[in-house]
Design a protein around this ligand. Structure first.
Ligand SMILES: [Zn+2]
Length: 160
């Protein structure tokens, strides 16, 4: 299962690139206009928007899935992981056997990776304001969300 995390990162970035190609090209044109017209407030606004979009929204979801993948690729019972993606959803479907402890670790790893990055950003780069994009991933550990549901399932299996 070596290289799963890289495969996941590449696949997600390609997906987002395709999704954001049109809006980003509009922003590049607007930024070009801002430079040409000397509208530096507009340039700053566009730059900030791109930073939040790429560094916050896209970055946090990539880190989240890479977190899952990093643990998943270390599970010995898993022989294949299918990467499932649509425009709205991205998920990893492991095939093989996961112990309940492994399943719990995989579920926690995605949000945990984001919480770690978010904490780092809050401490070292708070002015960027990006840390909330990462810290908010903690909510995925609440059961209506997939990771929370998987964690609960693993815990029930482990306890029962
Ligand atoms: Zn997740």
């Amino acid at each position: 299962m070596h290289g799963l995390a890289l495969r996941v990162a590449r696949r997600m970035l390609m997906l987002w690139a395709r999704l954001l190609a049109a809006p980003l090209s509009v922003l590049v044109v607007v930024a070009g206009y801002a430079v040409w017209a000397g509208e530096y407030a507009l340039l700053l606004f566009v730059g900030g928007f791109v930073l939040v979009l790429v560094g916050g929204a896209v970055g946090s979801f990539v880190i989240h899935e890479v977190g899952h993948a990093l643990i998943l690729e270390r599970c010995r019972g898993v022989h294949r992981v299918e990467i499932q993606s649509t425009k709205l959803r991205f998920s990893l479907a492991p095939q093989g056997v996961l112990t309940s402890a492994e399943a719990a670790a995989v579920a926690v790893a995605g949000p945990a990776a984001c919480i770690a990055v978010g904490t780092g950003l809050a401490v070292f780069a708070q002015d960027l304001g990006l840390h909330w994009w990462y810290l908010v991933h903690a909510i995925f550990l609440v059961p209506p969300f997939g990771d929370g549901a998987a964690l609960l399932r693993a815990w029930r299996v482990g306890a029962g």
